[in-house]
Design a binder for this molecule. Structure first.
Ligand SMILES: [Zn+2]
Length: 158
């Protein structure tokens, strides 16, 4: 089921999300987030963007050729990040039509819980690493407009 998105400048987007303790309690939410992401043609979505401030996100399988399906990440933690950074144009479903240059780590390693409650680790590079950093930022209440060096398309009406 598609859920309504939360848009900037809703203050909810600036709040940190809480850790998920009960994985079974977010199964339906994750499935609804996948429907919402697909409908909105996003490459990733965090729970806060559908109004639920819990540390859970979906990364689209389009983010990396290694992904066979959309990836559900719960309580993710970046435990290693390359010194090398890449600056590229980025957007956000919660800030429609605004794009800006955002500097991200080129490579990261992430620890997370999957949708069956198993602890997992992954390595991500380039776009995959970018989307993960973007979604984990959402869990900390950080948006691209907090990180952009320059807005390249659109403008913020605040
Ligand atoms: Zn976003």
């Amino acid at each position: 089921m598609k859920l309504p998105l939360v848009f900037y400048p809703n203050p909810k987007l600036s709040e940190a999300s809480v850790k998920v303790d009960d994985i079974s309690g977010v199964q339906k939410l994750c499935s609804d987030m996948i429907d919402t992401m697909e409908h909105e043609k996003g490459i990733g979505i965090s729970a806060v963007q559908v109004g639920k401030s819990v540390r859970c996100a979906i990364i689209s399988k389009d983010a990396d050729e290694s992904l066979e399906d959309h990836l559900i990440i719960i309580n993710p933690k970046i435990f290693s990040a390359s010194k090398e950074m890449v600056e590229e144009e980025e957007g956000c479903l919660s800030i429609p039509e605004v794009f800006g240059m955002v500097n991200r780590h080129k490579k990261i390693k992430v620890r997370y819980t999957d949708s069956s409650g198993q602890e997992q680790k992954l390595k991500a590079t380039n776009l995959f690493a970018r989307v993960l950093q973007h979604e984990i930022d959402h869990m900390d209440g950080v948006l691209i407009i907090d990180r952009v060096s320059e807005i390249t398309k659109g403008k913020l009406d605040v």
